[in-house]
Design a protein around this ligand. Structure first.
Ligand SMILES: *[C@@H]1O[C@H](CO)[C@@H](O)[C@H](O)[C@H]1NC(C)=O
Ligand SMILES: *[C@@H]1O[C@H](CO)[C@@H](O)[C@H](O)[C@H]1NC(C)=O
Ligand SMILES: *[C@@H]1O[C@H](CO)[C@@H](O)[C@H](O)[C@H]1NC(C)=O
Length: 379
């Protein structure tokens, strides 16, 4: 009861303070890096007092304004870009209003760093409409502690609020994740990321969430069990709490084009796509397996599944980039075939962060009966 009254009051406050709405372009939101902060009079220590004290943002709950180098207990807080970030305490929210194009798909990318709590999560949402996703952030994939996360939505209205909420309830209100740099990117519709010669959608991973130009660590794609609103159009991420990492050619070795996926969570996470097939017909799945040149060394392996067929693809990595191609022929047993990729194991780099093999250029084509006949003749 108390809670719902508070959120109603918050919605009214937002309505009153109608301000310029930012028409989205790919990249950082206005003050998305929080470099413009509240006036001194609107801070009590680090706590932000007013709902509109941070330019371009609306806040609710216990939000702190953090400067790089600030100490918490004996931990030095670092900020990935610039000098400032916000921290979301228990039940705290930051939000910004955006002018978007109806029926268009967007991805949001932001950087976060967890602090004291273990099982931290963030609820990213868009209203009205509402669409939301709870992103697990307890596993850290970089040595700095800062990771970039992505989430996607389809705009149902031309003006929307995007919110990042910490649903946590820690005893210490100063616990809760730090957030910095919030960006948005228009995505192609998952129905338009297909080429005529490949049954996979976005099989080359050329479509994906925004990656900051100066971040060498890619962007994490959290669990998403329906492909309609995926930051990786066409693909689902099956896991309880783990992610895959979307990596870009400027900062990584990528087998083809501009993007690829690094499987960073062993068998705890699967990259999945469902494809329409004709039962009893033969198909060939082919793909590239490599390493992102981030020092992920050793005997890596990818496990691929297509319907009931499986293939283990070993790849010896020197951690300096490179790839090989693999093929799996199978007979569809259903009118919908699940194509699944997993890392065969957990792998770590010398700095103890998780890593894994890279998958790219996934192709699925029917194998025609006459090709089979030709092959039989050749034998
Ligand atoms: C600032 O925080 C302190 C400690 O929580 C509190 O006692 C004080 O009333 C606050 N001041 C204002 C102006 O909110
Ligand atoms: C996340 O936030 C949205 C919007 O406020 C809400 O509708 C949804 O129930 C929340 N999800 C969880 C799991 O708390
Ligand atoms: C797929 O198969 C199921 C059961 O065999 C059937 O109910 C469904 O209509 C089929 N879907 C299509 C698109 O053919």
């Amino acid at each position: 009861m108390v809670k719902s009254t508070r959120s109603v009051a918050f919605v009214i406050l937002i309505g009153v303070a109608a301000r310029a709405v930012f028409a989205v372009t790919d990249g950082l939101l206005p003050n998305g890096h929080f470099e413009q902060g509240p006036a001194k009079s609107e801070l009590n220590g680090t706590r932000v007092l007013g709902p509109y004290s941070i330019p371009h943002w609306a806040i609710s709950g216990f939000v702190e304004y953090i400067e790089s180098g600030q100490k918490q207990d004996d931990m030095l807080l670092q900020v990935p870009e610039g000098e400032r970030a916000v921290r979301l305490g228990n039940d705290a929210t930051i939000q910004q209003q955006l002018a978007v194009t109806r029926h268009t798909y967007y991805s949001i990318t932001f950087s976060a760093s967890r602090t004291c709590a273990q099982a931290e999560r963030l609820n990213v949402s868009v209203t009205p409409g509402p669409q939301s996703g709870v992103l697990p952030i307890q596993t850290v994939y970089t040595s700095s502690g800062w990771d970039s996360y992505s989430w996607a939505f389809k705009a149902k209205h031309s003006t929307v609020w995007i919110s990042i909420h910490n649903p946590g309830h820690e005893d210490d209100p100063a616990c809760g994740p730090l957030i910095d740099r919030v960006a948005v990117k228009t995505l192609r519709s998952p129905h338009h990321v297909k080429t005529a010669d490949n049954m996979m959608r976005n099989g080359d991973f050329e479509d994906g969430p925004y990656i900051f130009g100066d971040t060498p660590w890619g962007v994490l794609v959290p669990p998403i069990t329906e492909d309609e609103h995926s930051p990786l159009p066409g693909w689902m991420i099956m896991s309880d709490t783990k992610v895959v990492k979307y990596v870009d050619a400027p900062h990584h070795a990528v087998p083809c084009g501009a993007g690829a996926v690094e499987l960073v969570a062993g068998r705890e996470c699967a990259l999945v796509q469902e494809v329409r097939t004709v039962p009893r017909r033969s198909y060939k799945l082919s793909f590239a397996v490599g390493d992102a040149a981030t020092g992920c060394q050793g005997y890596l392996a990818v496990e691929a599944y297509a319907g009931r067929a499986t293939l283990n693809v070993p790849y010896e990595s020197r951690g300096t980039g490179g790839y090989k191609r693999a093929e799996l022929e199978f007979v569809a047993s259903d009118n919908l075939t699940r194509v699944v990729f997993q890392s065969a194991n957990h792998y770590v780099k010398s700095d103890a962060t998780l890593c894994g093999p890279v998958v790219d250029d996934v192709r699925l084509v029917p194998v025609h009966a006459h090709m089979h006949a030709a092959r039989r003749l050749r034998r």
